[in-house]
Ligand binder design. Structure first.
Ligand SMILES: C[S@@+](CC[C@H](N)C(=O)[O-])C[C@H]1O[C@@H](n2cnc3c(N)ncnc32)[C@H](O)[C@@H]1O
Length: 389
């Protein structure tokens, strides 16, 4: 049996990416994607989603399916679950849990390369090495010796180093917490992160050259969906806009805190003035705004058919449970704790509707020298006001 024809798959994938405009901002990236042998970075056993858990997709048992996954232009390849704590397979052969590393989907990888405005000779810090493949693409543009890539997970860092070495790249792999950057090689012209942040670590601004760029997925626990591009000022400040949508796994310390809402304190019961399914209607842009306006918000939907509910929590001591079916009944909304989370969500959604339903790319962020983060709409003169302000 002949193995997969990787060169043809790579060429077809590159054509798809070109057709969907992924190289428009960085035409050089087309040749880079055609050159970097992605199959040499992806582990031979990866994870694929199967309805309610992950199962192994192995090159050894299905090389063609594995190769198609590697060269799928729009899907990430999950390479690690649950931080590699060896979760035993359940009886149905699936592993439940969260993806903690992946080889990112090529469409967003190329879009990010476009927004990075990378030039030959730039010094780049790549945060979240994973397989090392992004570092290889960066090196294709920045040149040998100009890329440092950091990975927090020891075994992934070792794999990235091996993958880069054996494919002929010189990028330096550092095993460590990318939130601290890597001061030894600073200053950097470009910092690019392949995990999502809830705030920008101070070290990234300190290690960027004035005028340099920080490009990172950025969001809230409620909506992890923006791609933020900041320009660093000479005085330790940074400012910039969201340039695209992007959903990535979190930087390790930015993940949702575990635990359960406390559910104590007086219960405040009311009807909801609006249908919860219309307020939280899965619109990415609405959710982005709600997440920014209601600090700390997380949401879960219950799966009960008779009594579907939306559960909200602020990660501290406020909780709300909203009944989706009989939402206009007098006891449909239960709120507890110092904050009335459902009221805050309703106010945030009205703000978004009243402001013409702005898309994610209308927002921006200013970070002051003393690390205050200020989100704004359209311009820094128009700051967002948190529901708790
Ligand atoms: C989307 S994945 C990697 C993508 C990678 N560029 C690729 O395509 O192979 C994100 C990676 O960030 C790593 N990561 C998470 N938090 C980190 C941190 N604080 N410092 C460095 N790496 C981190 C994860 O272990 C994971 O490997």
């Amino acid at each position: 049996m002949t193995g997969p024809d990787f060169a043809s798959l790579r060429a077809a994938c590159t054509d798809e990416l070109a057709k969907s405009g992924c190289f428009d901002r960085a035409p050089w990236a087309r040749a880079a994607v055609l050159k970097v042998e992605r199959e040499r970075f992806v582990p031979r056993d990866v994870w694929e989603w199967a309805k309610d858990g992950y199962r192994v997709l192995s090159y050894s048992t299905d090389p063609q399916a594995w190769a198609r996954a590697v060269y799928d232009p729009v899907r990430a390849v999950v390479t690690q679950i649950n931080d590699d704590e060896r979760t035993p397979l359940t009886t149905d052969g699936l592993v439940r849990g969260a993806a903690t590393s992946s080889v990112s989907a090529l469409d967003i990888v190329c879009i990010k390369l476009g927004y990075l405005d990378l030039e030959p000779g730039h010094k780049v810090l790549d945060i979240g090495a994973g397989s090392g493949v992004n570092a290889a693409l960066l090196e294709e543009r920045a040149g040998a010796g100009n890329v440092v890539t950091i990975e927090i997970d020891t075994s992934l860092a070792e794999q990235a180093e091996h993958n880069l070495d054996t494919t002929g790249y010189t990028a330096r792999v550092v095993c460590g917490d990318g939130e601290n950057g890597f001061a030894d090689s600073a200053p950097y012209d470009r910092l690019i992160c392949t995990a999502s942040a809830r705030h920008i670590p101070r070290a990234w601004r300190e290690q960027a050259r004035p005028g340099g760029t920080i490009l990172t997925p950025f969001g809230t626990l409620f909506s992890n969906s923006g791609l933020l591009r900041l320009t660093v000022g000479p005085d330790g400040t940074a400012e910039g806009r969201f340039v695209h949508t992007a959903a990535y796994m979190w930087l390790r310390s930015h993940r949702a805190p575990g635990g359960r809402p406390p559910r104590d304190g007086q219960e405040r019961l009311s009807a909801s003035p609006a249908d919860p399914d219309k307020i939280l209607d899965n619109d990415w842009h609405a959710n982005f705004a709600i997440g920014q306006l209601v600090p700390g918000l997380t949401m879960q939907r219950t799966i009960s058919e008779e009594d579907p509910r939306i559960l909200l929590w602020d990660g501290k001591d406020s909780f709300a449970s909203v009944c989706c079916a009989g939402w206009d009944e007098a006891d449909a909304v239960l709120q507890q704790g110092p904050r009335s989370l459902w009221d805050e969500v309703l106010t945030a959604r009205s703000w978004w509707d009243d402001h013409g339903r702005p898309e994610t790319t209308r927002y921006g962020l200013t970070i002051t020298a003393d690390d205050q983060h200020h989100m704004w709409l359209d311009s820094p003169e128009n700051p967002l006001v948190h529901s708790t302000a």
